[in-house]
Design a protein around this ligand. Structure first.
Ligand SMILES: [Zn+2]
Length: 70
């Protein structure tokens, strides 16, 4: 659920601080953008799940950091 200004981080309950939610929202914003594929160099990489990234161009699947491919 995306609520208020905190965006996707709104799923966290009120017991989490506003600062933390802001941080999470910022990280999740990065998750929605395309990343560069280390194999074909195209900006076609999306995060499939935590730490797993998939290139939509060359179909390669690789592991990376939870929030960024590298
Ligand atoms: Zn690729």
């Amino acid at each position: 659920m995306a609520t208020k200004k905190i965006g996707t981080a709104g799923r966290f309950g009120p017991r989490y601080g506003r600062k933390l939610k802001k941080k999470v929202a910022e990280i999740e914003k990065k998750l929605k953008v395309w990343h560069k594929c280390p194999y074909c160099s195209k900006i076609k990489v999306k995060r499939e799940s935590s730490g797993i990234w998939v290139c939509r161009s060359c179909k390669s699947r690789f592991t990376g950091k939870a929030y960024l491919p590298k």
